[in-house]
Design a protein around this ligand. Structure first.
Ligand SMILES: CC(=O)[C@@H](O)[C@H](O)COP(=O)(O)O
Ligand SMILES: NCC(=O)COP(=O)(O)O
Length: 239
């Protein structure tokens, strides 16, 4: 079974744009769980442009499914945040400070000693550790050597190549996923997964443990919910 963890960063982005508390990230997290999501993912960044550090503490109090915190562990504040909240899973992502979004996985060979120390810190706190990697068998093997429990395959290149040639786009992911299975690592995937490309990925790699999806899922929620919402507002204008 592949579990769906909903990334609610975009809800926080919308909330922050007005400075109030609408939409409320806790309500959305609880609704996602009520509608069947098996996990909630957040990716706090140092500038707190979407999920704030306080959100993580608040979510930890209410989330009852798998809680997954993603972020760059080179930031001391991130390590402290994760250890203070003890989520089910931490996903280590090497994102640059000013990048719009995550755009690459770890080089698990070059960063081996840093990753070994970090993985150990989180694992000794009882937190499952997933390492975000490009679909490269050496990087998957490197994550295993670092002591990780899982890898998360960075699926942006798959999503980008899907419409041109989905067989070609998925091939490096199948190879990386096979390597993860061979070395005994759990397998997550995420970034730019959508209603267009998700099913084929699942068919190609049925043993994925988890996908985390935010941007497209929240956008779809707007598209799919818009008709009902406009009708409700129109009804309020009837005498
Ligand atoms: C780790 C990853 O793949 C990202 O997708 C991330 O979690 C999303 O972050 P943003 O919502 O900030 O783009
Ligand atoms: N780990 C990936 C994630 O949480 C969501 O990525 P996206 O669907 O927002 O691109």
């Amino acid at each position: 079974m592949t579990r769906l963890s909903v990334n609610i960063n975009k809800i926080a982005t919308l909330r922050n744009s007005r400075g109030g508390d609408n939409p409320n990230v806790l309500k959305v997290a609880l609704d996602c769980e009520r509608f069947g999501a098996q996990g909630i993912t957040v990716h706090p960044r140092p500038d707190e442009r979407h999920i704030r550090y306080q959100d993580v503490f608040d979510l930890k109090e209410v989330v009852t499914t798998e809680f997954n915190i993603e972020g760059n562990p080179s930031e001391k504040k991130f390590v402290e945040l994760v250890l203070a909240n003890k989520p089910d899973q931490v996903t280590l992502v090497p994102d640059a400070l000013h990048a719009i979004t995550s755009n690459a996985g770890w080089d698990t060979v070059k960063n081996r000693s840093e990753l070994i120390d970090l993985v150990q810190i989180f694992k000794s706190a009882g937190i499952r550790v997933s390492v975000f990697v490009d679909p490269d068998e050496n990087m998957v093997e490197g994550a295993k050597i670092c002591g990780a429990d899982r890898v998360e395959l960075y699926t942006e290149p798959y999503a980008a190549g899907y419409f041109e040639n989905r067989q070609k786009a998925v091939l490096p992911f199948i190879r990386a996923a096979e390597k993860a299975r061979e070395v005994g690592l759990g397998l997550n995937a995420g970034h730019d997964l959508s209603l267009d490309n998700l099913h084929f990925l699942k068919q190609s790699i049925p043993w994925m443990d988890e996908v985390s999806i935010g941007h497209a899922l929240i956008s779809d929620a707007l598209y799919i919910g818009l008709e009902n919402t406009v009708q409700m507002y129109l009804r309020e204008l009837e005498l």
